[in-house]
Write a protein that binds this ligand. Sequence first.
Ligand SMILES: NC(=O)C1=CN([C@@H]2O[C@H](COP(=O)(O)OP(=O)(O)OC[C@H]3O[C@@H](n4cnc5c(N)ncnc54)[C@H](O)[C@@H]3O)[C@@H](O)[C@H]2O)C=CC1
Ligand SMILES: O=C(O)C(=O)Cc1ccc(O)cc1
Length: 362
Amino acid sequence: MTKHILIIGLGLIGGSLAKALQRNRDVHVAGYDSSALTSRKAFKMGIIHSSPPSLEQAASEADVIIFATPVGATIKLMEQSKYWKLKDDVILTDTGSTKTQIMEASKKLNHLFIGGHPMAGSHKSGVEAAKEVLFENAFYILTPNHQTDEKHMQCLTNLLAVTKAKIKVLTAEEHDHMTAIVSHFPHLIAASLVHQLDHEEKFPFTRQLAAGGFRDTTRIASANPEMWRDITTQNNVMIVQQLENWMEQMEELKQMLQKNDPEPIQEYFTHAKMVRDKLPISGHGAMFSVFDLYIDIPDVPGVISELTGYLAEEQISIVNLRILETREDVFGILIISFQTTEDRARAQKCISTRTIYDTYIS
Ligand SMILES: NC(=O)C1=CN([C@@H]2O[C@H](COP(=O)(O)OP(=O)(O)OC[C@H]3O[C@@H](n4cnc5c(N)ncnc54)[C@H](O)[C@@H]3O)[C@@H](O)[C@H]2O)C=CC1
Ligand SMILES: O=C(O)C(=O)Cc1ccc(O)cc1
């Protein structure tokens, strides 16, 4: 029997979920966005099966409703949903980056709600950025509430299986504590680094030098400000707590730097390197998985565009690209990151067949 899914909000996350859910031939994916243009685009791009004109009508036909809107809008939509005529056993869920306030709001609903957060994304937003493989190997957090039973949990888990994400069940408080540390607070740091650059007036050329580390560290500051406004106001207490811890740490760092003793300074970096190097960044267990391919490339102009050109011809998408500057000979190491192991294997084959450059996986 066909399962009717309604996705509200057809941006990066709603669009990516719609694409992934369409892998299951037994589901009908309807999509609604407050921007009629976005809804039309999503339908034309084949991301959704149907674009119903009335939200209430679409909701009444749905077996599962997924709110994929900024978290402030999600709470408002949840409140509105109390007045919709829904199927008795409909499952409501969301994709929001925060969970405590959403789970609190879910207590007032007349229908079952399971919180959700696919922990994969990017600084891009909008339906154009949607990707079927976005959630592969990423964690997908579910936060049940007091009403959730095993049957409905299993039903949602089964539906999400096609995303190839790894389901992890947490409480809303656990979720908001952990995401404050690894996602929300780092976003504020990225934004603050960019503001710091903004205040640099002495040498305007500084901006031209903001490559490498600065670009890597601040990439997420290019994300949707409305989305991050909502995340920051909803998980405010946890984020302020992180900021207080950080300021204490910065005070200690300042004192250490004022003494200017090289030994503790090196120890500070050594400890950070050790912890960072052990993080499950690439491969299974990572929050945001990417799969790196290392390529020995000669230091000659045009080599990077040659390689990316070959990958584009074979329609292999890349997630990131950087050069490791650890070697002093004429070769460098180019690291290209892919969303899936399959993409990386195809890329390795493509580069090995078309070039003489050595490729390897760490
Ligand atoms: N961007 C990311 O990397 C990730 C975002 N999330 C969460 O997923 C949700 C969606 O984020 P994105 O897809 O990135 O945002 P987005 O900005 O790409 O898309 C949001 C969409 O929701 C629509 N929308 C806004 N208010 C609406 C309303 N009242 N009714 C119907 N549609 C409405 C917008 O027109 C837009 O098309 C957010 O709650 C965010 O916190 C979760 C994981 C990763
Ligand atoms: O672009 C990145 O690295 C991200 O961190 C994307 C992201 C943004 C918000 C989330 O709730 C989860 C993932």
